[in-house]
Design a protein around this ligand. Structure first.
Ligand code: AHR
Length: 518
């Protein structure tokens, strides 16, 4: 019999689609993690646990806000949603868009609700009734003690509109804008600190999309007026969101920063990931793409800021999530749009993306999951109630526990390769240290195998039992629904002795371990 011949290409393809290739120390499937609490990456800004509420589908209307519902309070805010948002520990809330913001004229959304104009909404092809506006948003975040973040209209809007919005929200002096605010029922300024200079201006899908030069020049003049109105505000420049092969996303960031380097405090970036080919291993490696983009943007910022040692520009990753099923290539319209139903593998990817933010916490100081309710969201409502999607649990665990400083770790263990990456660690790890409290976040990227890790403290001893929360479910496609919670956080414990902690992570899991060290 003739031996079967196989081309090099077919051989490589077969290799890549075959079961995982594990690499690491010979003979060992255990990951070794060395921890030194002095090796700090940077301070974890609680604003990396931010979220986003856009006038899109049922995020605000039918999500956050449902006037006349028995589930809502007299202002129209859904009370069950308030509780779920409170428990999510959101660090910052971005509003009103998104693409919506590029044709939002904020004066449409103030004054008596019944007198507000109905406008054709061209980002998501619906009618905007403007019943939820500046007061409704800022009162909402104030009630929940969440920091607001407002995205100004740099698409069809004017410099003056953006400037007057800052004046309306933040000024104390007696001006026509502050008189208007008072007339509309609010005496004290809200002091909104975070403002962005438009949304995704690099995307041809954006109303008012321009070239990097045109946007840079336009945004600079708006930024000047906004900061001259309130010098304490922080401005976010619209960086890259368009990673299509013909879009020069690195060049976009460089040009925009060159114009805005003396005015912007953050560079906004966006990334959505997905699993359209149903390839678990590749999907679970999505965070490597995020890390690569963060590090590239950090280099661009450094390059542009050479010679400006006193100014720092951070990254605001102000839209990120898994989004691919409920995606209609710009043809979405109506109310029930972008309603992704999340499963366990999505929750694991979310945990790896959060690990990546913690592991780059020196430069990423804002991150907003897109979005809060119904629209690609951790909270899902109907008229009768709500359920918590799988992705709610890692978001909540990180926001509640991973505080203080991100630690730089030595991680050595098995890895696998995908078509895109040659070395994807089987265990994805981050650590946060806050005044004697150590938090470890570990995602086991193996679909089939439990994998162990050996944590070694270099400069301290473990001095307590470790509290463990594990997000897992019966299989990687398991979803939650109304009355069905297949994926959630389960409490466990782990014991450590001296400077060693050993733990075995079940297949397809995200685990948080929290305890004290001294
Ligand atoms: O979050 C959904 C949409 O995705 C936002 O409106 C836009 O900014 C992005 O393209």
């Amino acid at each position: 019999m003739k031996p079967t011949s196989i081309s090099r290409r077919a051989f490589n393809a077969a290799l890549l689609s075959s079961p995982l290739i594990l690499r690491g120390a010979p003979g060992s499937q255990t990951t070794r993690v060395k921890i030194d609490t002095d090796r700090k990456i940077g301070e974890i800004d609680p604003k990396i646990y931010g979220n986003f509420a856009e006038h899109l589908g049922r995020c605000i209307e039918g999500g956050i806000f449902e006037e006349g519902s028995p589930r809502s309070d007299p202002q129209g805010y859904r009370k069950d949603v308030i509780e779920a948002v409170r428990n999510l520990h959101v660090g910052l809330l971005r509003w009103p868009g998104g693409n919506f913001s590029s044709n939002y004229h904020w004066m449409d959304g103030i004054g008596p609700r019944n007198d507000r104009p109905k406008r054709l909404e061209m980002a998501w092809h619906t009618i905007e009734d403007n019943r939820f506006g500046t007061h409704e948003f800022l009162d909402y975040v104030e009630m929940l003690a969440i920091e607001p973040y407002v995205c100004a209209n740099f698409g069809t809007g004017t410099w003056l509109e953006a400037q007057q919005w800052v004046e309306y929200c933040n000024l104390d002096q007696d001006t026509a804008m502050t008189q208007l605010r008072k007339k509309n029922g609010r005496d004290e300024p809200w002091n909104v600190k975070y403002w962005s200079l438009g949304n995704e201006m690099d995307g041809p899908w954006q109303m008012g999309h321009r070239s990097a030069d045109d946007y840079g020049k336009f945004a600079l003049e708006g930024a000047k007026l906004m900061k001259w109105t309130d010098p304490t505000i922080k401005l976010v420049a619209a960086g890259s969101s368009n990673y299509n092969p013909n879009a020069d996303w690195v060049g976009w960031n460089r040009t925009v920063l060159t114009y805005l380097k003396n005015h912007a405090d953050y560079l906004s970036m966006h990334l959505y990931v997905g699993n359209p080919k149903d390839n678990f291993e590749s999907f679970l490696a999505s965070s490597l793409n995020l890390a690569d983009k963060i590090e590239t943007a950090e280099g661009t910022i450094r390059g542009v800021m050479t010679g400006e040692p006193k100014r720092t520009i951070y990254i605001a990753w102000d839209e990120w999530n898994v989004w691919y099923r409920a995606r209609g290539q710009g043809k979405e319209s109506g109310r029930r749009i972008l309603e992704e139903h999340y499963n366990l593998e999505d929750a694991l990817v979310i945990a790896t993306l959060l690990n990546t933010f913690v592991n780059h916490c020196h430069i990423v100081k804002i991150a907003n999951l897109a979005q809060l309710v119904n629209v690609i969201a951790p909270i899902f409502t109907n008229k009768q109630g709500l359920f918590l999607q799988t992705i709610y649990y890692p978001l909540q665990l990180f926001a509640m526990n991973s505080r203080g400083y991100g630690l730089e770790l030595y991680v050595d263990g098995p890895s696998y390769s995908t078509a895109e990456y040659s070395k994807v660690p089987m265990l994805d790890v981050s650590a946060a240290y806050d005044n004697g409290q150590l938090v470890l976040n570990v995602v086991n990227r193996s679909r089939t195998d439990a994998l162990s890790a050996d944590f070694e403290l270099e400069d301290k001893q473990f001095c307590s039992e470790f509290e463990v929360a594990e997000v897992n479910g019966p299989d990687i496609k398991a979803e939650n629904d109304f009355g069905k919670t297949l994926v959630k956080a389960e409490r466990k414990s782990a014991s450590a002795s001296g400077n060693r902690l050993q733990y075995t992570f079940p297949a397809h899991s995200y685990t948080m371990l929290k305890g004290r060290v001294s």
